[in-house]
Design a protein around this ligand. Sequence first.
Ligand code: MN
Length: 731
Amino acid sequence: MHTPEQFKDLYYTYIHNAEDRKMIEEAYEFAKKKHEGQFRKSGEPFFQHPLEVAYIIGELNGGPVTIASALLHDVVEDTDATVEELAEKFGDEVAKIVDSLTKIQRLKLSHRSEDEFVYEDHRKIFLGMAKDVRVILVKLADRLHNMRTVDSLSPERQRALAKETLEVFAPIAHRLGIYRIQSELQDLSLRVLEPKIYQKIVKLVNERTKNRKSNLEDFKKRIADILFKDKIPFRMESRVKSIYSIYRKMYEKGHNFADIYDVLAIRITTNTEQNCYAILGHVHQLYTPIPGRFKDYIAVPKPNMYQSLHTSIVAGDGLTYEVQIRTEEMDQIAEDGIAAHWRYKEGSHYNAREEQKEIEERLHWFRDFVSMSDTNQSAPAKEYMDTLTQDVFEANVYVFTPLGKVIDLPAGSTPLDFAYKIHTKVGDSCVGALINGVGVPLNTALKTGDICEIRTAKNAPGPNESWLNIAKTNSAKGHIRRALQKKDAEIMKAEKVKAGKQACTDSFKTQGVEEAEMERMLSEKRVLDEYHAESLEDLYVMMSNKNPTPGAVIQFLGVRKKADPAELVKKYASSGSKSQAGDSNPIEVPGGVTNLAISLANCCNPIPGDDVIGYISKGKGIVVHRVNCPNITRLSKRLIPVYWKQDLGVSTYPVDLEITASDRNNLLADIISCLGAKNCPCQDLRAHLVTETMNTVVNVTIRVTDSHLLEDVIASVSGVRGVFKVTRVIH
Ligand code: MN
């Protein structure tokens, strides 16, 4: 217990500015007045608690704002004081710190559950909410005093508090390098959780210290003699390892107490790094070092900034001692960690953001500590690094699922990020969100402590383009992009199914087969197997690519128009006309019709590979059209199925193409050379400029052997710079 005078003496030693002192005094009086009439469980006036918390901050040489915040840390939670009132009286900084502390207090983390993961979450939430190292320092001091006075609580409450201290607060003190607070928190917790073991270790340590007292003195004297001679300034003390770290070595790592080298350590503090190494040399000259026990944390500091030389030696009594050698500055950092760095310097202005940044740069562990989501690994490296280097205190929000699980996300994240973080399926089927039970738009930014619930639906429309702007995390964006691509692929497939089906329906109609009957036939297993199609849809997609063509399928099925072609010819064609095409005729008419003239229509210019149909015209014999030629009326009774012969040789057939392109120099030359390269020179070429659009339209007639070559040519011409459309013309 400290008196008000002791407290004042403490901060007067390093805070000299009159205004700063005045603020602390006012905070002191304000808190004392507000807590008047309140008592702790132990019976003492409540105000003793904030006073002790402020004293601990003073021992760490905390600045006036931190001390005032320590004095005021419970007034908003436990009295009628408000944050606004504090802001007015003590400034925004104090008000903000107390506000954060109050919010952390209200989360009542320890009520949730007690497993490992939850404690890990609590550490994250605590750091996420703290946002300011001063908040963490006051909270640690608060907890330290509560643990020092834990005896007045019920045994259950003692255990709960000790457990939480060990799992949540001691690790934070450790990560911040505040060894002084860390070891005391651990020892106090162990005393509550394992009282028998605690007492046993205390006894063992006392015995060893007592037995070694004279040896220790001898050691100190020999070292001191040499250092005096060398005029190396030094301070030497013996230090006992913390009870908790001995406990861990004995009960978690299974060591015997006798085997623990560093229960008793000798610490030598000097002024410069150079002298540290000089002292080490003397120590190793006087005593035998134990191989493998030397560690140079000066050259390679620990992640929490700890620096020191460690070595273990065998002294004259045959017993081992650990020797720690460091500078005064290193010693301060070893004891107080971040707090040492934060030590109040008169006249220097505190810049929270800048200093947080500096700390983050110094503390490598922060990167693992406020861990980024593992899915971010796949994001491009630069984005990943950017995410990492964001100010970590500000970087994360911790949001609860309705079941109390914590999801951590970058600041600014929305319910969509939350949904995708839970599961891709939850994201894809998201239709809305509730935050703290209230429906909100999907672009609402989440805050630490929010309970977020995602509404999903089985037939949810799923992601759309706008979701890419709503989601903040790369992983959610990635999932959304993938879902959109999948949707596009589905739409494309649907279009292909439609096109294939249309082409097929057209062809089958010419054979007098209606759509329903066609679908039945195509669904037969033998048809699907023939073309290695998995389903009817699949077959349609294949047919939209003309592989197979509807004609080929019709041939495979043996579908024939019921009417006998010979009959048709007899009925409609004028007799006597003869086939003029002779052997060079590429078309075959079923039913042994050979005595009619056969010609290819010059409106649609069919070429081998096209799906075709014959039209029996009076006087002209059979004119072969493409099945989709608008010039044949599908319902005409004069239609007759015709097929391309199998081996057609090298004959070529004319095709009219219309090429639309943006106007540029050398366009025609490029098109002509492209056609030449495909070995189908232009027979005729006309070009004109469409003035409204400034596009050039080129009409060209080429000769090709079959539809495969034509497709190849069309693809090739489409690739000429400026060309954006190539169509086959039907006159
Ligand atoms: Mn408190």
